[in-house]
Structure formats: C-alpha cells, structure tokens
Design a protein around this ligand. Structure first.
Ligand SMILES: *[C@@H]1O[C@H](CO)[C@@H](O)[C@H](O)[C@H]1NC(C)=O
Ligand SMILES: *[C@@H]1O[C@H](CO)[C@@H](O)[C@H](O)[C@H]1NC(C)=O
Ligand SMILES: [Mn+2]
Length: 321
C-alpha cells in the first residue's frame, strides 16, 4: 500500500535513536506500509543519514522557518513548539491514511491491521480514560484538517501544554462517538501494567503488539554491554520492564549502532554501548533481606541484579542439593 504510512517524530538525536529502533522493529515485522520520520532542525547530519537508510522519507519540519500559517500560529503560541511540529503530520497529503507512533515505542508484532481503523483512533489514557493518549493514533492527512487544528491551537491553546491536550479537545467526541476508534491496550502495553494488574498481564500480556516506554528514563538513557548483553543504569527503573528494554537494546546495538558508526566515521559519538567493568565492581548497595522481600512484594523485583533468574536458579540449586 504505497499511499499508507507509519509516521514518527524525532526532535533531537536521542529521540532519533528511538525512531531508528522503531523503524527497524516495523521492518522486522514485515510491514507493507511506507515509513516516514519528521525531524526537527536539531537532529545531526549523521543521524539524518541513518534515518534515511531505515525510513522511506525523512522530512525536516522547521516551523520557525516555514513562514506560513504554522509560523503565524507559533508566533502567537510559542509555548506549543513541539506540538506544532507534530501536527505537521497532517500535511503528509501524498498518503491517504497514516498511523502516528511516538519514537519511544517498540513494535513486537505486525500491526498493519491498524490501518483498517478510521481517524481519529487511539488508545485510552490510563490516567484519564475519557481522553485518548496521543502516543499511537490513526489519522488522515488533510490540509483542511491541518488548518483547523492550527486555528484550534491558537484560539484555545492546549489544556495540558502539549499535543495530547490539543488533539483531545479537537477530536472531542472520541470518548463517546464510536467504540471502533478505541484501540485496545495491547497497542500500548506499558510495562508498568505488569505490576499494576498482574492477573490481566498473565492473561493478555503475550498478545502485546506495541510497547510504550513511558516515564522519564527512556531506553536510550541506559548503558548496555553488548558482549555480556546486560544493561546498566538506574536498575530500579529498569526493573519495571526488563524484557522489553533488552529487546530494544538488542535491536539498537546489533542493527543501529553499526550504521551510526559508518555515518559518524572518525567523529566521536555516544552510542551507549560500552564494555563495562564487571558488575561486582558496580554492585548496588546491598539491602537487608526483609527490605528485599518488601520490595519484591511491592512488585519492585531487582530483575537485573539479585533477583535475576540466574540468582534464583542458583538458590534453588542450593536448596535442592
Ligand atoms: C499507554 O499507557 C500508558 C500507561 O500505561 C499511558 O501513560 C500512555 O499514555 C498510553 N499510551 C497510549 C498510546 O495509549
Ligand atoms: C496541501 O498543501 C500542500 C502545500 O500547500 C500542497 O502541495 C498539496 O498538494 C496540498 N494537498 C492537497 C490534497 O490539496
Ligand atoms: Mn511516549
């Protein structure tokens, strides 16, 4: 389907890494759609080159430079800079239908069936389920809709300061008009769900199609040792989604980093992949076993460290002998 596309947005080199992994994950799951990435002016040349190898189209969106209605809107609402950049996806009128995905998502199965849905389809936001979350949504590019969205923005602003507020007040009948526009949670399985509703995760978790890395620590904020295949960083946060984070890093280190090396050449860059000193030298301060039990019961198992499967297996072996 040449006139349908997945679209994402990268405003800097970090989000560009996310976009590279997302693009690779869509290709690995054999999407038949085109891939488009919108980039802001701060994305470096080597990152643009790598994006160009993964995506069919890399489109620079510089709202400040555009001199059109978007620029005028931006002059009135400078606070909504990134929002205006994202709304630009409605100008991709050489496609008849698109699915927008945040750069901090990872596809774990083919999701081309999303194109059977209509504008505006999205998943509920767990924080306020009568609002949709703007991390994954189906839309129809249209100059007319784009113009109306810009006008809406300038007149009403955004109730949350970002694109989610604008889109929810613009597509305000989403919650009630048509249940087919409600995407199931498997298109936005946040790893946090594993702990907040464990029985549901056991029942439905294996059907996950898209994982959304929420929260302030993004996959690219960690460090990774490709030889040992382990991650380092804020272990407490990492423990909330160990398996999917490792999947992100495996894809990034095996497919994306080699391309980044080629494009950066001799210039140094931060890949996040390093041969790290053995874990023992960096072991987190040990905690008492009562404290450990309490954390475990609160769902904060240290899967990367003391509660890793290896440790559990060793412990079992000791008991069994
Ligand atoms: C996905 O779910 C998380 C919380 O579980 C939520 O914060 C996020 O906004 C949702 N995103 C989408 C695309 O539905
Ligand atoms: C939308 O506007 C752009 C830029 O003005 C133009 O190139 C494009 O052909 C328009 N698309 C449609 C479907 O009118
Ligand atoms: Mn996100």
């Amino acid at each position: 389907m040449a006139d349908q596309a997945f679209v994402t947005l990268a405003t800097n080199d970090n989000y560009a890494k996310g976009a590279m992994v997302l693009g690779k994950s869509l290709r690995n799951h054999k999407t038949s759609k085109k891939l488009v990435v919108l980039i802001g002016p701060h994305v470096s040349e080597p990152s643009r080159a790598v994006l160009g190898r993964i995506y069919d189209e890399v489109r620079l969106v510089d709202v400040l430079d555009s001199g059109d209605t978007a620029h005028l809107a931006m002059m009135k609402r400078p606070d909504l800079g990134v929002t205006f950049t994202k709304l630009n996806c409605w100008t991709l009128t050489h496609y008849s239908k698109c699915v927008f995905m945040d750069a901090d998502t990872l596809v774990v199965s083919n999701i081309d069936e999303l194109f059977d849905r209509e504008e505006l389809s999205a998943a509920p936001d767990p924080g306020w389920p009568d609002c949709f979350n703007s991390g994954v949504f189906v839309f129809r590019p249209s100059n007319e809709t784009y113009g109306k969205l810009l006008q809406h923005c300038t007149e009403h602003g955004s109730f949350d300061g970002g694109d989610q507020g604008v889109l929810n007040s613009f597509f305000s009948d989403w919650a009630t008009a048509d249940i087919r526009k409600h995407l199931p949670f498997i298109y936005n399985m946040s790893s946090i769900a594993i702990y907040t509703y464990l029985p549901a995760f056991k029942q439905y978790g294996a059907n996950a199609k898209v994982v959304h890395f929420l929260g302030k620590t993004k996959p690219w904020s960690y460090m990774y040792d490709p030889k040992l295949k382990v991650m380092r960083g804020d272990v407490q946060e990492a423990a909330t989604h160990p398996g999917f984070l490792l999947e992100w890093w495996t894809l990034y280190s095996s497919c994306v980093v080699p391309m980044l090396h080629q494009e950066y050449g001799d210039q140094p860059f931060h890949s996040g992949c390093e041969d790290l000193p053995p874990q023992s030298e960096h072991a987190p301060p040990s905690i008492s076993s009562a404290e450990r039990k309490q954390r475990w019961e609160q769902g904060q198992a240290d899967y990367m460290g003391i509660d890793s499967f290896d440790s559990i297996e060793k412990k079992l072996a000791v008991f069994l002998k």
